[in-house]
Design a protein around this ligand. Structure first.
Ligand SMILES: C[S@@+](CC[C@H](N)C(=O)[O-])C[C@H]1O[C@@H](n2cnc3c(N)ncnc32)[C@H](O)[C@@H]1O
Length: 203
């Protein structure tokens, strides 16, 4: 991807700082929502893309899932491994797994770094490694149509973000998956400039 080198550098530098942050309550609730979908259907294996320091993979592993954490930042993957997770440096645009491999895929706030021109290729790659009827959680900030470098970012280099309006992201993901669940978490709960789009999809 066009911005990959900068993203790796930004997140490598912030890996330890992000690892020390407490997970917000609304994100804990997001995990539990997806977990209830997984339990209902007896799903066993879960791939996390853009796992960061691996807190969500650790949660799902502790709940009995067989997890595989991936991220493009080597420093993030070091932190995943320190938690005892199975983890590997990997670009979600090029997943090193066979077709139809995982029961479930979890992605929290990582696909918002993909330029709009490239998002379809990434969604196709995610779909490829997901088993038929598999479930894919996609959580991203959004609600507005925008993409570009975030000039006020305190990460170095400043990161690229891409955001979609609710109807546009629904249309986009529907090209690849069936929407099982779509909820908006308002800005007041998220505590930032953007709302959050919580989406559960089925292959
Ligand atoms: C905002 S952080 C979120 C991390 C974690 N999911 C969380 O919620 O704490 C975004 C993560 O996506 C990763 N990432 C960005 N582009 C990626 C790519 N092309 N392939 C894999 N990981 C990527 C970054 O390295 C970073 O760890």
């Amino acid at each position: 991807m066009g911005n990959t080198k900068e993203i790796i550098e930004s997140y490598n530098q912030k890996a330890n700082e992000r690892d020390r942050l407490t997970v917000q309550d609304w994100k804990v609730a997001e995990r539990n929502t997806f977990l209830s979908f997984l339990h209902k259907e007896n799903k066993k294996s879960l791939l996390e893309i853009g796992a960061g320091p691996g807190k969500d993979s650790l949660f799902f592993q502790e709940k009995g899932l067989e997890t595989f954490a991936t991220d493009i930042s080597v420093e993030m993957i070091k932190l995943c491994k320190e938690k005892g997770l199975t983890a590997k440096v990997m670009d979600f645009a090029d997943l090193d797994f066979p077709d139809n491999h995982f029961d479930a895929i979890w992605s929290l706030n990582c696909l918002l770094h993909v330029p709009k021109m490239e998002i379809r290729g990434v969604l196709q790659e995610i779909k490829r490694v997901l088993k038929p009827s598999g479930l894919f959680y996609m959580g991203v900030y959004g609600g507005e149509n925008h993409e570009g470098i975030w000039e006020e970012d305190h990460y170095t280099p400043k990161r690229f973000f891409s955001f979609f309006e609710d109807e546009t992201i629904k249309e986009l993901v529907s090209e690849f998956f069936t929407i099982e669940y779509f909820e908006v978490i308002p800005k007041e709960v998220v505590g930032g400039k953007f709302q959050f789009q919580s989406i559960i999809l089925r292959k």
